[in-house]
Design a protein around this ligand. Structure first.
Ligand SMILES: [Zn+2]
Length: 439
């Protein structure tokens, strides 16, 4: 066994139980896994220990539960369009031209962006999923990659929805046991796949124990369209077609949800990826976050793709989620700062059905970030509880200096160590120009 790596910080926020802060604190890591967390004064005496005096604040890396990261290639286009026009007039025509190398470079650039913001896990739905997984893995970014299953113009080159679903299962088998990559099924939505496709994806997810990731009731149009075509809401259609029987369902957006729809999700233990910034930007609506939490629905936070956000800074969702929930319900206590922090970390991991990440606890992966407590946004500091309040409301990403995934350092002093950022920038610029020019 390798020697214990002991990280000593001025403060450790494990996000294991509400309000627990260790000042100063220590985190022990062996072979990338956490073995002990506690107050420095109580740290066990060990024969072989390598100390890392990192100072500052150590906390779990953020978990982004809904993203299409390679859309860095499409960032900034389609501005001002509502969801369906944005998809059909701008996104799908350009995505139809993307090749695997484009997607790989888009993902490399995104990985550097995510990691420097302190996001250590991302759940992805995109085309060319092998390129996504390979780029994420090379960057040391933990990812759940869910190959898209979709029947839309430009996607015929990946075969029918049926072939796409089987391809996801085949890819999942190849990545079984991978240290950083888990593969699920990215069933795009109820409006882009026929009902037989919903049934097949559900059956394959059950048979192979895969996470099923799907967009649900994102826009009012989607809700109205599915009701018109099928006579029921999107969640009810998914229930009728067996999708909610899958053990791990991750439903993104879920903006247009009735009480009955929320009850259906709670009864079937469906998790929600809440994307408040994307929903605000394309004017989809405001999801019922407080109502989801009070029903016991598992919820995490997602940036959504960088073409509808337009960055991968999950700290903005961490702040927007409570702000918009409070505005929606006119209740200043609707979502507390500690709860918002849980949504971006431990609860996000839980929404993915993952118990190995999301908090600093023995047995979990050492996915950690260090923040600079000298940042002015942490002043004044009068009691431990100030830390969480400052983290959520005033500091955020600008204080993130160092990042580790599975105990391996991927960001040092705000620089990503695992991606050639200059090359990724040049590649994405050149490829985006070619796409825009019809090349
Ligand atoms: Zn999405």
């Amino acid at each position: 066994m390798s020697p214990t790596q002991r990280f000593l910080a001025d403060a450790v926020l494990p996000v294991d139980e509400p309000g627990r802060i260790l000042t100063p604190g220590a985190v022990d890591v062996v072979d990338g896994q956490i073995t002990w967390v506690g107050a420095t004064s109580e740290a066990p005496e060990l024969n072989e220990v390598v100390e890392h005096r990192v100072g500052g604040l150590l906390m779990p890396g953020l978990v982004n539960v809904h993203c299409h990261s390679p859309m860095t290639l499409l960032r900034g286009i389609g501005e001002g369009l509502p969801l369906m026009r944005w998809l059909t007039e701008v996104m799908w025509p350009r995505e139809a031209k993307l090749d695997a190398d484009d997607v790989g470079w888009g993902m490399r650039l995104a990985a550097a962006e995510l990691l420097t913001y302190g996001v250590t896990t991302t759940c992805e739905m995109y085309l060319w999923p092998d390129a996504v997984a390979q780029a994420a893995s090379e960057a040391g970014l933990r990812s759940v990659v869910t190959p898209a299953v979709i029947d839309a113009p430009g996607w015929e080159r990946f075969g029918s929805w049926e072939q796409q679903a089987y391809a996801a299962v085949e890819m999942a088998s190849r990545y079984q046991g991978h240290p950083l990559i888990e593969v699920g099924i990215g069933l795009h939505s109820a409006y882009t796949v026929p009902v037989e496709g919903l049934e097949l994806a559900a059956a394959l997810a059950i048979e192979n124990d895969l996470l099923l990731h799907i967009h649900v009731a994102e826009s009012q149009n989607e809700d109205a369209g599915v009701r018109e075509q099928h006579g029921v809401s999107v969640p009810q259609l998914l229930a009728d077609r067996g999708v909610l029987d899958v053990k791990r369902v991750l439903a993104a957006h879920c903006v247009w949800m009735s009480d009955e729809d929320l009850d259906l999700f709670a009864a079937n233990d469906v998790a929600v990826a809440h994307c408040p910034q994307s929903n605000a930007k394309i004017a989809s609506g405001t999801a019922r976050l407080a109502d989801m939490i009070s029903r016991g629905i598992r919820v995490g936070l997602g940036t959504d793709g960088p073409a509808s956000n337009n960055n991968l800074n999950l700290w903005e969702e961490l702040r927007l989620a409570p702000l918009m929930a409070r505005l929606r319900d006119l209740d200043a206590q609707a979502i507390s700062a500690p709860l918002a922090l849980e949504l971006a970390t431990r609860r996000g991991a839980d929404a993915l059905g993952r118990q190995d990440i999301g908090s600093l606890q023995p047995g979990r992966q050492a996915d950690m970030i260090r923040l600079d407590l000298d940042d002015l946004a942490f002043v004044p500091f009068t009691e431990a509880a100030d830390l969480i309040s400052h983290l959520v409301w005033s500091a955020g990403s600008r204080a993130v200096t160092d990042v580790w995934v599975g105990g391996a350092q991927v960001v040092a002093n705000r620089a990503c160590l695992t991606v050639d950022v200059a090359e990724a920038r040049a590649q994405v610029n050149a490829r985006a120009s070619a796409l825009a020019g019809g090349g």
